[in-house]
Design a protein. Structure first.
Length: 329
């Protein structure tokens, strides 16, 4: 299983799955932060965007992700002030320039984006801003991997996300490898990177010694980025979180620590309510868990497309369904 959606797109785009299909089967994991953002948090973002005095800042690939009844693109079309930014620091600047309006940054992502989100909060505090808020949907990769392995998955090996490990280092992956006796290769996103990771996994399987191999040394180090980890530990605390299509995973999310709770959008705009059940025909949850592949969905490329998505795996630029639609349709 490749954990990261960026790796999934590289696999499908360059035909690596077809090249190796007689020897290796790739299962696509839950490594797309857009795809696993719960519908109820999308609903909260839509609600905030529809508030008269609020500006909701987000990354562009969140606009079309469906909530239970709407999405941010529709909220913007109806007059909501939704703005696409390229960094959470853009939202901090917007808050400084618009002191009479509430600026909410929709913070999604894995450990990769969390340090920049933490820096934005630190900067907002330094500037004395009282109109900057974070709507957090940040999640952590290792607890999701463990959930998949605990569920009786027949995975032989894992390709771990190199960009996440660049921040976190390798310690938690060593523990997972030891506890579940599974080879893990930390892998990049170019075709050669992925093939190096596959080779490392096969070598470990053939010699019967599962461990963690760093096949992405130009970016990832054993201890990771210590300064980034320090900022994350300062600003955030670990919380339980629900993952779209997967379910509740203990200690798998990040939320603001008590010291920074005044920047919490839910403190300003109210808590998050449970959403109705998603489309029953969409099997994106099974796809995110590696149990099914996109063409096995009865709606794939018929009722569900990037223009009219039923599930987040078709919306996201890193979603498995989008990859199959683009390169295998």
């Amino acid at each position: 299983m490749e954990v990261c959606g960026g790796q999934t797109h590289a696999l499908i785009r360059y035909g690596l799955d077809a090249l190796l299909e007689q020897k290796v089967e790739f299962l696509h994991g839950p490594g797309c932060p857009v795809c696993v953002t719960p519908a109820e948090i999308i609903d909260k973002a839509v609600e905030i965007a529809s508030t008269t005095n609020a500006i909701l800042c987000t990354f562009g690939d969140m606009l079309r992700v469906p909530g239970s009844a709407s999405d941010l693109f529709s909220a913007k079309a109806k007059g909501g002030d939704v703005r696409v930014v390229y960094s959470p620091l853009d939202a901090v600047k917007l808050a400084a320039d618009n002191p009479r309006r509430s600026i909410v940054f929709f913070a999604i992502g894995f450990e990769t984006t969390a340090p920049a989100n933490a820096l934005a909060v630190i900067q907002a505090e330094k500037l004395g801003l009282n109109n900057f808020f974070l709507l957090s949907s940040m999640v952590l990769i290792p607890p999701a991997i463990e959930l998949l392995l605990q569920s009786g998955s027949q995975l032989d090996a894992l390709l771990a996300p190199g960009h996440v490990c660049t921040i976190t280092g390798l310690e938690k992956y060593h523990r997972i490898s030891q506890d579940y006796r599974i080879p893990i290769a930390v892998t990049g996103f170019e075709p050669a990177d992925i093939l190096l990771g596959v080779q490392a996994c096969i070598d470990m399987l053939e010699c019967g010694s599962p461990q963690v191999e760093n096949a992405y040394p130009r970016s990832t180090r054993k201890l990771g980025n210590i300064e980034a980890q320090r900022m994350m530990d300062q600003v955030f605390r670990t919380v339980d979180r629900s993952w779209r299509g997967i379910g509740f995973i203990p200690a798998s999310g990040l939320d603001l620590a008590d010291k920074y709770r005044r920047f919490d959008a839910c403190q300003k705009f109210g808590g998050i309510s449970a959403s109705p059940r998603a489309s029953e025909i969409c099997i994106s949850g099974l796809i995110l868990r590696g149990e099914k592949k996109p063409p096995e969905c009865p709606a794939f490329a018929i009722l569900c497309s990037p223009e009219h998505p039923l599930g987040a795996t078709m919306v996201s630029s890193e979603g498995a369904c989008a990859a199959y639609y683009l390169y295998k349709k």
